[in-house]
Design a protein around this ligand. Structure first.
Ligand code: PLP
Length: 404
C-alpha cells in the first residue's frame, strides 16, 4: 500500500523530496560527462581523490590499534586527546578536548547540548552550506547575517548580528578560515564576539578545520584553538572544532574534536552534559583513536604538499586575474581550500556555472554558499590538480568573456 508523505513524513526534519532534485549545474555536468569527455573539474575538495600524498599507517602500529581491547570512553581515549593537545604547542589541556566522529557530528552534538527544537543559532554568510542541513536535522533554525563585503575583504558585522539575534538564539557558528570566502576572524573580532555571545548566554562555536592552511597570516589573525585563549568567568562558552579530515587529509577515518574554553564553571558543565550525549552513541572508532598519535605526527606528510599546492594554485589565479578583459575578480584568500571569483553584479551565477559545466568546466555558483543575489560568484577548489586548474581557467575566462 502506498502512503502519501503527508501521513508519514509531515513532521520529518528532512527536506521534501522535490527540494532534493539535482540543480541546473549538476545536470549540465552529468550531461557533459555522459559524452565520455573528462572535462575540467575545478570543484573537487576530497583530498583522497587528488594526487596529494596520503598518510599510510605503519602496518604493525595499525594491527596493534585494531587488536587492542575495546575501552568505552564518552570523552575519547586519553592517548588521542593528548596527541591532539600536543598539536597546539601546550596551549590546550587534553581534559578540555572532546572527541567526535567528525566535525559535522560535533556541530550536531553541540546543537543538542544547547538548543531545544524551535530555538535558533546564527551564522555569518557566505559560509559552509552544510550548516543549513545540520541545524535543520536538529530542529533548529539557522539565522543568517551577511558578512560585510568590502571589495572582496570580508568582516563580521557586529551591528547586524545584534539586530538579528533573539532571546532564542543559542549560539553563533563561525567558520575561520571561512569556506568559501577564505577570510580569517581577527583577534579583535574574536574578542568582541566572545563578549557579545557571553552577554547573551550564547555559545560561540568556531569551525577551524582549515586553520592548518593559513596562506596569508596577517599579524592580527586569531591563532588556531581560539577557545583555549579564553578562560575568564566573563567569557561564556567557546568551542573550537577541528578534525583529521583536513589536518591530515583523512576524511575517511572519521575523527573530529572540540576544544572547550571560556568561563570554567560553564565549560565544566558543558563537558559533563556533552559526555551524556556522546555516551549514548560512542561513535568514534577505537582503532582511529589509538592511531591518532601516528596520524598527527605524520600530518606534515600531507599538509606541507597541500599548502604548496594551495600557494601554486593561488599564484595561477592571481596571474589570470591580472590579464586584460578578465570578467572576474579574485577575492583575497587568507586561508582554506577555496577561492571566490566574483562576477559582475548583473550576472546569474547558477546559469553561468551551468553554462560552464556544459563546456566541460565545473565550478560551484556562489549562491550555493549564500552569496547574495548582487554578489554573483564562481567558487573553485584550490586543491585542484594544477594542470586542470590552468586549463579550466583558460576555458572559464574565455567563456565568461563571451557571455558577459
Ligand atoms: C568548513 C567545514 N567544516 C567541516 C567540514 C567537514 O569536516 P568533517 O569531515 O570533520 O565533518 C568541512 C568539509 O569540507 C568544511 O568545509
Amino acid at each position: 500500500m502506498k502512503h502519501s508523505d503527508d501521513t508519514f513524513f509531515q513532521h520529518s526534519r528532512t527536506p521534501a523530496l522535490d527540494d532534493l532534485e539535482p540543480n541546473l549545474c549538476h545536470e549540465a555536468w552529468v550531461q557533459y560527462k555522459a559524452t565520455g569527455q573528462k572535462g575540467w573539474d575545478l570543484s573537487g575538495s576530497n583530498p583522497t581523490q587528488t594526487s596529494l600524498p596520503s598518510i599510510h599507517p605503519d602496518p604493525d602500529i595499525m594491527r596493534a590499534a585494531i587488536d587492542a581491547p575495546y575501552e568505552a570512553s564518552s570523552q575519547g581515549l586519553d592517548v588521542a586527546r593528548r596527541a591532539i593537545a600536543e598539536m597546539y604547542d601546550g596551549l590546550v589541556d587534553p581534559a578540555r578536548i572532546q572527541l567526535f566522529a567528525s566535525t559535522s557530528e560535533a556541530i550536531g552534538a553541540l546543537l543538542k547540548l544547547l538548543c531545544a527544537p524551535g530555538d535558533n543559532v546564527v551564522t555569518c554568510t557566505p559560509t559552509y552550506p552544510l550548516l543549513d542541513c545540520l541545524t535543520a536535522l536538529e530542529g533548529v533554525s539557522l539565522l543568517e547575517v551577511p558578512l560585510q563585503d568590502c571589495a572582496g575583504i570580508w568582516a563580521v558585522d557586529l551591528w547586524a548580528l545584534e539586530r538579528t539575534c533573539s532571546p532564542n538564539t543559542r549560539a553563533l557558528l563561525l567558520v575561520s578560515p571561512n569556506n568559501p570566502t577564505g577570510h580569517l576572524v581577527s583577534r579583535d573580532e574574536m574578542a568582541a564576539l566572545v563578549e557579545f555571545c557571553a552577554q547573551r548566554a550564547m555559545a560561540l562555536i568556531v569551525d577551524e578545520v582549515f586553520s592548518t592552511y593559513c596562506l596569508r597570516q596577517d599579524g592580527d589573525a586569531m591563532p588556531k584553538a581560539a577557545a583555549a585563549h579564553f578562560s575568564s568567568p566573563r567569557d561564556g562558552l567557546i568551542v573550537s572544532l577541528n578534525g583529521l579530515s583536513k589536518v591530515c587529509g583523512l576524511p575517511q577515518h572519521k575523527l573530529g574534536w572540540g576544544i572547550f574554553g571560556g568561563a570554567p564553571n560553564i565549560v565544566h558543565e558543558a563537558m559533563q552534559r556533552m559526555s551524556f550525549i556522546t555516551d549514548s552513541t560512542l561513535s568514534v572508532s577505537g582503532w582511529v583513536q589509538r592511531m591518532t598519535p601516528y596520524f598527527l605526527s605524520h600530518r606534515d606528510d600531507f599538509a606541507q604538499p597541500c599548502l604548496a599546492r594551495l600557494r601554486q594554485n593561488l599564484a595561477t589565479l592571481e596571474s589570470y586575474a591580472q590579464k586584460d578583459n578578465v570578467q572576474w575578480r579574485l577575492d583575497r584568500v587568507q586561508g582554506g581550500w577555496s577561492a571566490c571569483l566574483r562576477l559582475p553584479a548583473r550576472a546569474d551565477d547558477m546559469a553561468i556555472c551551468a553554462h560552464l559545466a556544459s563546456r566541460g568546466v565545473r565550478v560551484f555558483p556562489g549562491s550555493f554558499f549564500d552569496f547574495r543575489e548582487k554578489q554573483p560568484a564562481c567558487i573553485l577548489s584550490l586543491i585542484t590538480e594544477p594542470d586542470c586548474l590552468d586549463h579550466g581557467l583558460q576555458i572559464l575566462t574565455h567563456e565568461l568573456e563571451s557571455l558577459l
